[in-house]
Design a protein around this ligand. Structure first.
Ligand SMILES: [Zn+2]
Length: 364
C-alpha cells in the first residue's frame, strides 16, 4: 500500500495535534545562523548559557513562516521561569528595547531559574511599525493581537493561530510568571503605567516591585495575554512604557529596573533591589475615565500627562478649520492624566484623553 506524500504531509502538520510536551524541537532550519524551533522546553537546554532561537510562527499566505526571535537564559540552579514578552503590538517598540536591556544584564552562569525573552510577537506589525497584525484576508484587514489570547491553532485568522502556536508551544509549558511589555498606540502618549489584577497576591507582589508612575488595579480584559495567563494560573502583568514608535529611554530604564527587581525578588539573580512603587510614589487607581471626541476638529490639550485634574476642569478643546472652538472637554473625576492624544487632527469618537482615578473617591 502506498501513501500519497501530500496526505502524509497533511497528517504531520495537522494543527489539531498539539504535542503535550515541554521539549525543544528543532525544525532543522537555520536562519541567519540561528536555529529554528517549533517547541520550547526550557528544561532540556544546557544550563549556564543564553540560547537564541527563531520560534516558528504561523505561515504567511505563500507558505513561508513568520519567525519570532526568542532568547532563553538558563541558570545553573533551579528556580522559576520568567517570561518577558514584547511586540504583541508592532508599534510599541520600547518594550522590545526594555527586554533586550534586561537580558543584557543577566549572567546565566550566576543565575537561578530561567528567563524566556520573546522579542516581537506580532511579526508583520513590527516590520511595518503598525499596532495590529496585517492580514491579507478580505482584501486586507487588521487583527489586534492583544484580543486573541490564548489563541487557537485552528483559528479563523493567521494572527489567532500565531497566538495559539506561541501559547501552546513556547509559553504555557515553560513560564511561571510573565511580564508583557506595551506602550500606547500611534497618535497618543502614555505615562509609565502598569495594569495588574491586584487581587492576585503574586501579581500584586510583582506589580509593587515596579517603580512606575501610575498603576491601575483592574480585573483584566478578555483576550489579552495578561488575562489569559492569569486565568490559566500564571501570574502576569502588563507594563506600558510611554509612547509608541521610538525608544523612551527614561521610561525604559525604569521598566528595566522593575523587571530586574522581579528577577531579584524571585531569586533568579542576586543584588540589591532597585526602586519600587512605594519608593517613587506610584499613583494608584482602579478605573480610567476615557474622554472621546464628540466632533471633528483640531485638538488642543489644556493639561498633559501626570497633571492632577478635578471634576469640571477643562482638559482639552477642538477648533474647526476657521479657528472656532467647536468642543470643550472637562474632567468628570478627580485623578491624574494617564493617556493623551498627540495627533492634532481628531475625528469624532477618537480618544482625547484617559484619566486614572479611584472609584472610591468619586461621589455616588
Ligand atoms: Zn500594546
Amino acid at each position: 500500500m502506498s501513501t500519497h506524500p501530500l496526505t502524509t504531509m497533511t497528517t504531520l502538520i495537522n494543527p489539531g495535534a498539539i504535542p503535550d510536551i515541554a521539549k525543544t524541537v528543532y525544525t532543522g532550519d537555520i536562519l541567519q545562523g540561528v536555529p529554528v524551533i517549533s517547541h520550547l522546553g526550557v528544561g532540556d537546554l544546557a544550563p549556564g548559557q543564553n540560547h537564541r532561537f527563531f520560534f516558528q510562527g504561523v505561515e504567511m499566505g505563500t507558505g513561508q513562516h513568520w519567525y519570532v526571535p526568542v532568547v532563553v537564559a538558563v541558570g545553573h540552579r533551579p528556580g522559576p521561569c520568567v517570561g518577558l514578552v514584547a511586540g504583541i503590538h508592532g508599534d510599541e517598540v520600547s518594550g522590545i528595547n526594555a527586554v533586550q536591556r534586561v537580558m543584557a544584564q543577566l549572567g546565566p552562569g550566576a543565575m537561578a531559574g530561567s528567563v524566556v525573552a520573546v522579542l516581537g510577537v506580532s511579526r508583520p506589525a513590527v516590520e511595518y511599525t503598525r499596532s495590529h497584525w496585517l492580514t491579507a484576508q478580505g482584501g486586507g484587514s487588521q487583527v489586534d493581537m492583544n484580543r486573541v489570547w490564548p489563541g487557537d491553532e485552528s483559528g479563523a485568522t493567521a494572527a489567532t493561530r500565531h497566538a495559539g502556536l506561541l501559547w501552546n508551544r513556547l509559553l504555557i509549558n515553560n513560564v511561571d510568571l510573565v511580564i508583557d511589555y506595551h506602550t500606547v498606540t500611534t497618535g497618543s502618549d502614555f505615562t509609565l503605567f502598569l495594569f495588574a489584577d491586584l487581587r492576585q497576591p503574586t501579581v500584586r507582589q510583582m506589580a509593587e516591585l515596579f517603580p512606575v508612575e501610575q498603576m491601575q488595579n483592574d480585573p483584566g480584559l478578555a483576550g489579552t495575554l495578561e488575562t489569559a495567563l492569569v486565568e490559566a494560573g500564571i501570574p502576569a502583568l502588563t507594563v506600558e512604557i510611554g509612547g509608541p514608535r521610538r525608544f523612551d529611554a527614561v521610561k525604559i530604564a525604569r521598566a528595566v529596573e522593575g523587571s530586574l527587581n522581579v528577577l531579584k525578588h524571585y531569586g533568579l539573580i542576586d543584588g540589591p533591589l532597585g526602586r519600587t512603587a512605594a519608593e517613587v510614589g506610584t499613583v494608584y487607581g482602579d478605573a480610567l475615565e476615557t474622554i472621546r471626541a464628540t466632533t471633528g476638529g483640531f485638538l488642543e490639550l489644556l493639561v498633559d500627562l501626570r497633571d492632577r485634574v478635578v471634576p469640571g476642569q477643562p482638559v482639552a478643546l477642538q477648533r474647526n478649520a476657521f479657528g472656532d472652538v467647536v468642543a470643550e472637554y472637562r474632567s468628570g473625576v478627580t485623578g491624574e492624566v494617564a493617556v493623551v492624544a498627540r495627533d492634532a487632527v481628531c475625528e469624532p469618537g477618537s480618544r482625547v484623553m484617559q484619566i486614572l482615578y479611584s472609584r472610591d473617591n468619586e461621589p455616588g
